[in-house]
Design a binder for this molecule. Structure first.
Ligand SMILES: NC(=O)c1ccc[n+]([C@@H]2O[C@H](COP(=O)([O-])OP(=O)(O)OC[C@H]3O[C@@H](n4cnc5c(N)ncnc54)[C@H](O)[C@@H]3O)[C@@H](O)[C@H]2O)c1
Length: 347
């Protein structure tokens, strides 16, 4: 049955539910009255306590969350939140999850993220992003899930200087294995939607930031360095720009693609999801300094292997099809992040 004909509330499988974006999407879905089946392997790529603290916000108890393949529900949202610690690439456990729960749509956010780490531990990217994603596609196929929304990335544009980046651009030249796996996801989704008819929507996220953010990303690293009087590494001597996108704008875009139907009836869709207002790295640091009332100790560094010089999203396709309209100014977003950081870390 097509998604729009399925009754409200919907049951959405959110993979990577303890991750930065997955946590926010799960919360928004629950607040809108839907049911969430959240999956995450709680790996230690970064502080597991932060992942557990996010789950605690959804009413999931730490100790229970750490038990492998243990389905737990949270009373906080009227038992509409279920969490299970599971590896996406577990070929027996994932189909069992689909067997147990009738899933209306899948939001696949679990992945090995991070450009730089893909030079150190390429295997993690093959396991989570390729094998894990194939497993998700197979379950969508076998359990007749009408819609799959999955995370791609702005990094697939590589070192293109044709800005703003458009979905029609050739993206056959990734400059990191991370980006290559995201491009591979788009190709795999194309093959599966062509063969099996379900709808897939790939979202190319542009540098997402905000409260409960990832400790390996600029916003977090910079804030942490400034507060703790540590030198802050400024790559490519600051000559980088990023289309920083606030988490609430990202969540609004994901919610629309997950739950709404669009006039675009093709079963395979790809969208940029960014802010469309790139900011120079040094300006970004200045805004964090202002929010903290403290000056950064900057350590100028060369360009990092695998990194790209600029990102800048053209979001008109997502605007046309799903009314996407980012509204958060970077200054405002930084202030909200800093406030969260201070409270969470007691800094
Ligand atoms: N945050 C950004 O700026 C950004 C930009 C572009 C793309 N993305 C993509 O968006 C998605 C979410 O990113 P995020 O920032 O929330 O990252 P995150 O690392 O905070 O969240 C990912 C979650 O997935 C889990 N996970 C990883 N591999 C898994 C596996 N094999 N099985 C089960 N769980 C697994 C991790 O434990 C983590 O909690 C990722 O696919 C990422 O590549 C993010």
């Amino acid at each position: 049955m097509p998604l729009e004909n399925r009754p409200h509330p919907k049951t959405v499988l959110v993979t990577g539910a303890a991750g930065f974006i997955g946590f926010h999407v799960s919360k928004a879905l629950l607040e809108a009255g839907h049911r969430v089946v959240g999956l995450d392997n709680l790996n230690d790529y970064y502080d597991v306590n932060l992942k557990l603290a996010r789950l605690a916000q959804l009413g999931i108890d730490k100790k229970d969350a750490l038990q492998e393949l243990n389905y737990i529900s949270s009373a906080t949202f009227g038992n509409r939140m279920i969490f299970v610690k599971m590896n996406l690439e577990d070929r027996n456990a994932l189909p069992e999850l689909f067997e147990k729960h009738s899933i209306d749509s899948v939001c696949n956010l679990a992945a090995q993220a991070g450009v730089r780490y893909s030079l150190e531990n390429p295997e993690a990217y093959a396991d989570s992003n390729l094998t894990g994603f194939l497993n998700v596609l197979e379950c969508c196929r076998n359990y007749k899930v009408p819609k799959l929304v999955y995370a791609s990335s702005s990094s697939i544009y590589g070192n293109s200087d044709a800005v703003p980046f458009e979905e029609t651009a050739n993206v056959d030249h990734p400059v990191s294995l991370y980006a290559a796996t995201k491009k591979a996801n788009e190709l795999m989704a194309h093959a599966y939607t062509h063969l099996y008819g379900f709808e897939s929507i790939g979202l190319r996220f542009f540098t997402v930031y905000g409260p409960w953010g990832r400790p390996d990303m600029a916003m977090f690293l910079f804030t942490d360095a400034i507060i703790n009087n540590k030198p802050l590494k400024v790559f490519n001597n600051g000559d980088l720009s990023r289309d920083f996108t606030y988490i609430d704008d990202i969540v609004a875009g994901i919610m629309a693609t997950l739950l709404e139907s669009s006039n675009n009836k093709s079963s395979y869709k790809l969208y940029n999801i960014g802010n469309s207002q790139p900011v120079q790295l040094l300006e970004y640091i200045e805004a964090i300094e202002k929010a903290l009332g403290k000056t950064a100790l900057k350590e100028m560094m060369p360009m990092q292997p695998g990194d790209v010089k600029q990102t800048f999203a053209n979001v008109s396709r997502l605007k046309t099809d799903f009314n996407y309209q980012p509204t958060t100014e970077v200054k405002q977003g930084i202030a909200t992040f800093v406030e969260w950081y201070r409270e969470f870390y007691g800094a």
